[in-house]
Write a protein that binds this ligand. Sequence first.
Ligand code: NAP
Length: 498
Amino acid sequence: MANPSVIQGKMLINGQLVDSVSGDTFESTNPATEELIGIVPKATVDDVAIATDAAKAAQREWAKTDMGHRIKVLTRFAAALEARTDEIADLEVRDTGNTIKPMRQDVITAADRIRLYAGLGYELKGETIPATSSGLHITVREPYGVVGRIIPFNHPIGFAASRLAPALVAGNSILIKPPEQSPLSACILAELCQEYFPPGLVNILTGEGATGDAIVRHPDIKRIAFIGSVPTGMRIQHSAAEVGVKSVSLELGGKNPLIACPDADPDVVATAAVRGMNFAWQGQSCGSTSRILLHESLHDAVVERMVAKLKALKIGNPLDPNIDMGPMNSKRQYERVMSLIAAAKAEGAQCLVGGGRPQGAGFEKGYWVEPTLFSGVNTSMGIAQTEVFGPVVSIFKWSNIGEAIEMANAIEYGLTASIFTHDFETAMHLSRAVNVGYVWINGTNTHFRNVPYGGFKNSGIGREEGLDELLSYTELKAINWTPGVSSAAGSAWRQSND
Ligand code: NAP
């Protein structure tokens, strides 16, 4: 008999909460305890085909709706999502290992983003172009049709719930593929979407990499929006190109520099460096400030403060609101982080804090890694080049600004940078010189509303979180009208054949 405390998840396809066609399932465990907490369907290419057909039919009707209607539907959905914040956050913590406060915030932020996109709906404007004096030359924005959305494990509900909004506002339908390691919040999302959207408009397919691949390769899905790692992003570009010409946006990894100039306050820099690491979800964040580039005059003072702050972080049950850090998301992630820490030590980086698994009661099971600080890191080391996606920070020392810029850019990633200085000209000089898509001056971590987020270099293509994301779900069509060739008969014919 099924264990009643284990969630039996369902997918959402064509408005129905269903199992996969094959009947195959996979398990999800709590990374803090390694206990089984859920069993969900494993969608295959057959489920993707059924969902895509349903999404095509739903999209044809949805595209005929007025913007006011879409705004109303999405606004109601945002309220319903927010009303279930505690229940969703609790499950998300048990499924991801992330701590409770940011997981509550993820649901609230997702609802806020949905409302933001609903509010931006009327910005889906075209232009009037004076190409001829007698004709009319306009552009309009058309939806792609069916959008495929693939989600990583660090913020499953935050990404899945908020990112469906711009696709729908623009008149598309959507297939969402949640992460395999943490799929359970998507099952609550499926229930909500069933209640608030027409059948087929939003389809949620739990599964593995092959499920995502089936979405990418479906010939009728012309727009793929991906958040995840660089290797998977590269694979997706390749797979999509094998099938046809598709619009693929990629929000990928980061190895982000925090540059502290001589005039910065060491207390402020140390606090920001720790905050920027997102220890509340174990450093598993694309935007984490994992490379701290300190001017030599500040180096010792900042390092001393960071050591104290990292040692003071409380690791433990992520459902406890007084805890600062939980376990890594999965065994795979735990083993990866541990092997990168071992490699850094072998390369000669000096481990000042952590570097292992916490000991004692409560840590016998689960995927725990201590907050870890390395100093004496140089750009040729593996730890300086590879995204750890874990609670590991590296300290670098520089003596002139050219060296700082070179260090910041000596990497294949280009997602974010943080700059600490009181001098406006230095801040602007550094902001322009770093090859990244998002810069904080005297700050870290905050994603400001409606400000576009995304990466240069291998960190991605395209921008999310602002108007650019909304527009990216549309294709621009130019319409050129020549006067004097329409007739009443033509108009009548069109109306009777529409
Ligand atoms: P991942 O391994 O690349 O997986 C991301 C998603 O892609 C998962 O749903 C995964 O399914 C799916 N997938 C795997 N192989 C696929 C394929 N061949 N075709 C289509 N989909 C496929 O990334 P992750 O480990 O979940 O997430 C961590 C990465 O995400 C980090 O690099 C992080 O920096 C990045 N990230 C970037 C941003 C940003 O905004 N730039 C935000 C958050 C995270 P399975 O789960 O079943 O493997």
